[in-house]
Design a protein around this ligand. Structure first.
Ligand SMILES: Cc1cc2nc3c(=O)[nH]c(=O)nc-3n(C[C@H](O)[C@H](O)[C@H](O)COP(=O)(O)OP(=O)(O)OC[C@H]3O[C@@H](n4cnc5c(N)ncnc54)[C@H](O)[C@@H]3O)c2cc1C
Length: 450
């Protein structure tokens, strides 16, 4: 299903919210995720327009899954039964300058929220590589940007409202519900239907973005911490060939009194003379402005502009979080696989994320570095490659991204998440019969039981 068809379905559902096989009605195509590699197990989508409609719908269903913006690459969002979409619920509920928070309905995307915040003089601490994703879907899967001092996007969450399996409204805040809150924010869609999210905001800020080309791997291994700390947000792009990082993206805040002086050379890499795409061969047209041109935070933190196809388009993604202290060894271990990885890879991105307290976050109590793979859309080949990468990363306790492809066993995942038993208990409290479970959650989180 293309974007236009999906929008057609959603607007039809919005005009008359009822349960129907909308996708089949619209085109005969099956509903699938953004990348097109996951065809969902049902095309039944109910679009809710209010909290009451969400409650009523949840009460009536024995099994359902909330659908966000469908940007996950694995089956975490899949359902054989019924989808609930809150795409129509995408308003700012309140903006409180005193507590420095904004409360939004859960269908809101970063692409819609950020310009609203900017016009009122506010900003978020960080963004992912693209603004197209829903805030609720991103936060529930621990989506992240980069920056050694920046937590993932869910660290901005200070309050959560969701509808549990009984159809009751649950409200949790960072201030009042410390432990439960820490279990619920990265909830993997397993606790209920998130209807509102409250996010920390800060005064708006300007940024400059610079790209450097051809950083020798030897320089990276010698100066990893200095390179990762050289700007507010740093992304390293490599194809793993020729012992180099192809591109270093430095996103610099201009409000900290220490603007980046952008030397012509950066640890042996040369400052790019034109805007770049992370995959150098592709046009930079869909990328945010570089070359040090100042601009608002939301137009520099993501790599890709709203309104354009992000990344490569036809692709698969996998990503692994390793403890920051293991990063150089982990990067060098993957580099040894360059011959195997190369034919399947568009590009790798390496980013840093600071630790958080969310039980199911891959950054739980651990400053982390992520090694990400944008791969060609050939699952039979990728499914053979990922176990090799995962084996190489095993000594570094690599945790996979919840929204991307991985082949690690549930037992291995279990061993990587010390708070998993408490998370399972918390999910059962709000959803005793597994109404919000699907095959992915059942296998990877609930030990095969649902
Ligand atoms: C091109 C591209 C670039 C990406 N870049 C990044 C990146 O820079 N960093 C990164 O970390 N990830 C990135 N991702 C991964 C992805 O964006 C995230 O994992 C994110 O979860 C997607 O949010 P979504 O709303 O599309 O979720 P979906 O795929 O729609 O759903 C994901 C999960 O969230 C649940 N969910 C969604 N909304 C709700 C709700 N309201 N209530 C309860 N549960 C809900 C679903 O049930 C499901 O379990 C990228 C993906 C793509 C396609």
């Amino acid at each position: 299903m293309n974007k236009r068809t999906f929008l057609k379905i959603c607007s039809a559902a919005l005009a008359s919210p009822f349960v129907t096989r909308l996708a089949a009605w619209a085109s005969g195509e099956k509903l699938h995720n953004w990348a097109g590699n996951v065809e969902y197990g049902t095309d039944r989508v109910y679009s809710a327009g209010s909290l009451e409609e969400v409650q009523e719908f949840v009460r009536k269903q024995s099994k359902l899954k909330v659908l966000g913006t469908r940007h996950c690459f694995n089956h975490i969002a899949d359902s054989h039964d019924q989808f609930l979409s809150m795409k129509a619920m995408d308003k700012v509920v309140s903006l409180d300058a005193e507590t420095r928070t904004v409360t939004i309905e859960s269908g809101m995307t970063y692409g819609k929220l950020c310009p609203i915040l900017e016009t009122k003089g506010w900003a978020l601490h960080n963004l992912a590589s693209l603004p197209h994703i829903s805030v609720a879907g991103a936060c529930t899967t621990a989506t992240h940007g980069s920056g050694v001092k920046n937590g993932n996007l869910s660290t901005a969450v200070s309050g959560l409202e969701f509808v549990n399996a009984a159809g009751d409204v649950v409200k949790l805040t960072r201030a009042k519900d410390a432990e439960t809150f820490q279990g619920a924010v990265v909830g993997l869609g397993a606790l209920g239907a998130v209807t509102k999210v409250t996010l920390d905001i800060q005064p708006t800020y300007q940024m400059q973005q610079y790209v450097y080309e051809n950083l020798p791997l030897s320089e990276l291994s010698k100066h990893f911490d200095a390179i990762e700390s050289a700007a507010y947000s740093v992304s390293l792009f490599t194809d793993w060939q020729n012992k180099r990082i192809n591109e270093v993206w430095l996103k610099c805040r201009m409000d900290k009194g220490k603007s980046f002086d952008a030397p012509a050379e950066f640890y042996g890499a040369k400052r790019a003379k034109t805007n770049m795409h992370p995959i150098a061969e592709l046009s930079a047209e869909n990328c945010t402005e570089q070359m040090g041109v100042p601009g608002p935070w939301y137009d520099r933190l993501p790599h890709f502009k709203m309104g354009f196809t992000p990344s490569a388009g036809q692709e698969l993604q996998a990503e692994y979080f390793v403890p920051h202290k293991n990063a150089v060894d982990a990067i060098l271990a993957v580099e040894k696989l360059r011959g195997l990885v190369g034919p399947h890879l568009f590009i790798t991105e390496i980013r840093a994320i600071s630790a958080d307290n969310f039980w199911m976050s891959p950054c739980y109590k651990q400053d982390s570095v992520t090694i990400h793979f944008t791969l060609k859309p050939d699952w039979p080949a990728v499914s053979k490659l990922l176990p090799v990468i995962e084996r190489e990363l095993t000594p570094f306790h690599a945790r996979p991204h919840w929204g991307k492809l991985f082949t690690m066993t549930p037992a291995r995942l279990d061993s990587l998440y010390e708070r998993l038993p408490e998370f399972v208990a918390l999910a059962r409290k709000y959803d005793p019969l597994g109404k919000f479970h699907n095959d992915f959650l059942k296998a990877n989180v609930f030990g095969g039981v649902s």
